[in-house]
Design a protein around this ligand. Structure first.
Ligand SMILES: Cc1ncc(COP(=O)(O)O)c(C=O)c1O
Length: 366
């Protein structure tokens, strides 16, 4: 007989991330080099060339435990955001920060509210600590239903996960709506603004860092995985008042961010030539998709992220496989409860052209 796992662990479903190039290559007997992955909102321009240089220079310190405070990067980010170094805590990607928030704040029976569909990890971590995830469906425009979220607040609500811009819809909450909402949330509820994609926002947006100064219950999550193209390094950070930072620091591992990741992130923050190129590529890519989807006659959601959600009218499982036959991985909307939708990460102009050619080819056959 196997050892019984904890009750809350038994309630968890395995988290299903985007398929990796390696697994698709193995399962379909396709060489990795011929596959194009546009399924996990990774950065197809890679990362700043300064990262490789910085890593070589840092080699002499690889045998040492890293600075537990991550001071150099902390100070740089504090200056960038106009906050105190003590207002930042680092994580092994936002994934870990979300886990830490749940570890520090969610007790048995607490409710956490999230938009549905959104980033699935909020649900897992809530259940792990015995909490109850409460999904509030997006509106007809696929945007977060702020009135619905307000209505879902009860005496048991402990955390609200607000993914903004939202993954997988790409929608963003208008600044005045967000401001009014933040003011309205009772201050015994932790409001998490997951801003993994905020750098890509096309619509009007405000610097939300000020909310962390005005409200003790607001915390912002940022990641180096998207704009900076450092997903494999696993580094992100939370901004919040020192009480939140201290709570997260108590529950995290002491050396949760590798030194190489600290070095990579520091080099990446400095390289605006690279980030400007990424942002231009993203804008151009989105415009290209909008034009092509209009031509094909497919409905899409205008995106504030590095991906676009499109309604194809075709079974998503079938479409995912048809794309794999054409050596392209895109994200099956059914994984988010959105059958007949696909989420496509923005690639290089050539990548994007391949996706549209695949759509044209598949549509000819059905
Ligand atoms: C909304 C959202 N939050 C957090 C994450 C996790 O990012 P990280 O790579 O920093 O763990 C992702 C990853 O795709 C995401 O889409």
């Amino acid at each position: 007989m196997s050892v019984a796992e904890k009750k809350n662990v038994g309630k968890l479903n395995l988290y299903v991330p985007a398929r990796t190039l390696e697994s698709v290559s193995r399962e379909n007997n396709i060489s990795i080099d011929s596959l194009l992955k546009l399924a996990a909102n990774e950065n197809r321009l890679g990362c700043s060339p300064k990262v490789a240089e910085a890593l070589v220079q840092a080699q002499s310190e690889y045998a040492l435990y890293p600075d537990v405070m991550i001071t150099k990067l902390r100070n740089k980010l504090a200056a960038k955001h106009g906050i105190e170094p003590a207002d930042i805590v680092f994580g092994n990607g936002s994934f870990e920060l979300i886990s830490l928030l749940a570890a520090a704040y969610i007790d048995e029976g607490d409710e956490s509210i999230y938009t549905e569909p959104s980033f699935g990890w909020y649900i897992n971590v809530t259940k792990l600590y015995g909490g109850v995830p409460i999904g509030v469906p997006v509106g007809d425009d696929m945007g977060a239903d702020i009135e619905g979220i307000k209505a879902a607040i009860t005496g048991r609500t402990k955390v609200i996960w607000l993914c903004n811009p939202n993954n997988p819809t790409g929608t963003i909450i208008a600044p005045e709506v967000l401001t009014e909402f933040i003011d309205s949330v009772p201050d015994n509820i932790l409001l998490v603004l997951d801003e993994a994609y905020i750098d890509f926002a096309e619509e009007k947006y405000i610097d939300t860092v000020r909310f962390t100064k005005e409200h003790d219950n607001v915390v912002i999550l940022r990641t180096f995985s998207k704009l900076y193209g450092l997903a494999s390094f696993r580094i992100g950070y939370a901004i919040g008042n020192p009480a939140i930072v201290t709570a997260l620091t108590k529950v995290k591992l002491p050396f949760n961010v590798a030194y190489a990741s600290q070095v990579a992130a520091y080099a990446a923050v400095n390289d605006e030539d690279f980030t400007n190129r990424v942002l231009k590529n993203n804008r151009d890519g989105l415009d290209y998709y909008y034009r092509e989807f209009d031509r094909i006659g497919m409905k899409y959601v205008r995106s504030n992220g590095n991906f676009v959600l499109v309604y194809t009218g075709i079974d998503s499982n079938y479409l995912e496989e048809e794309f794999i036959k054409r050596r392209i991985l895109i994200r099956n909307g059914a994984e988010f409860g959105l059958d007949k939708w696909m989420r496509i990460s923005i690639g290089t102009p050539e990548d994007n052209r391949k996706v549209i050619e695949a759509f044209d080819d598949i549509l000819k056959k059905i």
